[in-house]
Design a binder for this molecule. Structure first.
Ligand code: UDP
Ligand code: MG
Length: 324
């Protein structure tokens, strides 16, 4: 059985064409399947649209309605918990990932790979996003020791054993492609097509993108912290030489009062480095803080699936619903 997980955050403009393309591809696959839509606190008509589709195809469509916006990766985590497939595919709701690529991913898992990563060909994003991704991919590989070519592409496939391990990982913020790569023993990466968004706008502001990438870098490695220590060491050694130089110059040339602004510039630079390093240490402290609070990572308001009414009575919907 194949499960497809689609996180949805205010995607009313693209959902109708997503249903129109994804379900025929899955029907044509000739295997049992389910599509798990996770409504991540949408503020538009996404949920009614999803429920309408659920009523049309209750045999294959499932809807998890989260109690707020928990972010794309947490939405997928909720999907992983509910997915029943032996093969689990994740994809975006905005049709930037063509559903027509799914059979190729399934074929790779059939061949024996446990994680199928993807690389977006001819990526249709802004130049800024593409350049930033390039830097992030390179830096992340250096920092984490993983080797992935495109961390950002969420059209991916996972075998059941990998999904089970991911379900056991209970960290509060995570980055699913990197997490899966950590657990994989036989991963593969394939090239997939990429399109422009069908409608609506990207749900990632610059701030959210920076946050997400901090999660990726601090969530999978201690290298940033170690780099900070090394930088501190380097600056100290440099300063020692500089102080020695100034001492000898004092004996040689005598007292000098010039260079106040040079001194200020050096001071500001070092202050900047100090604040940056405190920030990096703070990122890790923040992560620890989030972990020790033990709050739920996401809250499911309702899970729409046939037969679920046996677990909890529901008076609002004709269909069965259950609190997970
Ligand atoms: N998404 C989500 N929760 C969020 C942000 C995004 O579920 O808080 C979903 C969104 O609906 C889409 C996918 O994650 O299905 C990717 O988002 P988007 O296309 O905005 O990201 P981009 O392609 O710009 O990286
Ligand atoms: Mg997108």
């Amino acid at each position: 059985m194949v499960s497809v997980i689609v996180p949805v955050y205010s995607e009313e403009e693209t959902l109708p064409s997503l249903f129109g393309r994804l379900l025929p591809v899955m029907d044509a696959l000739g295997r049992p399947f389910e599509v798990v839509f996770v409504n991540d606190g949408s503020r538009d008509a996404s949920l009614p649209l999803l429920l309408q589709e659920y009523r049309k195809r209750p045999d294959v469509v499932r809807v998890i309605d989260l109690n707020g916006n928990f972010g794309q990766h947490m939405a997928i985590m909720a999907g992983f918990k509910a997915a029943k497939g032996d093969i689990v595919i994740t994809m975006d709701a905005d049709l930037q990932n063509p559903p027509e690529e799914i059979p190729r991913i399934v074929a790779c898992i059939d061949e024996g790979h446990d994680v199928v990563g993807t690389i977006r060909m001819h990526r249709k994003d802004t130049l800024f996003r593409r350049t930033a991704s390039h830097v992030v991919n390179w830096l992340t590989n250096r920092i984490t020791g993983l080797t992935l070519h495109d961390y950002g592409c969420m059209l991916r496939g996972y075998r059941r054993d990998i999904v089970d391990i991911i379900n056991e990982a209970s960290e509060t913020t995570t980055f699913i492609p990197a997490l899966a790569q950590k657990f994989s023993v036989n991963p593969v990466e394939i090239e997939v097509a990429h399109s422009e968004r069908e409608g609506g706008v990207s749900k990632y502001s610059l701030f959210r993108l920076i946050r997400l990438n901090f999660d990726l870098m601090t969530g999978f490695s201690l290298v940033p912290l170690q780099a900070v220590t090394m930088l501190g060491l380097l600056v100290s050694v440099g300063s020692l030489f500089f102080a020695l130089f100034m001492f000898i110059r004092r004996l040689w040339v005598g007292p000098e009062a010039e260079g106040v602004f040079t001194l200020m510039a050096i001071n500001f630079l070092l202050m900047g480095i100090t604040i940056f390093c405190t920030g990096i240490a703070g990122e890790y402290v923040g992560r620890i803080y989030q972990e020790v609070r033990h709050r739920p990572r996401y809250i499911v308001r309702k899970f729409y699936a046939p037969g679920a009414e046996t677990m909890e009575e529901d008076t609002n919907e004709q269909s069965g619903c259950v609190r997970l």
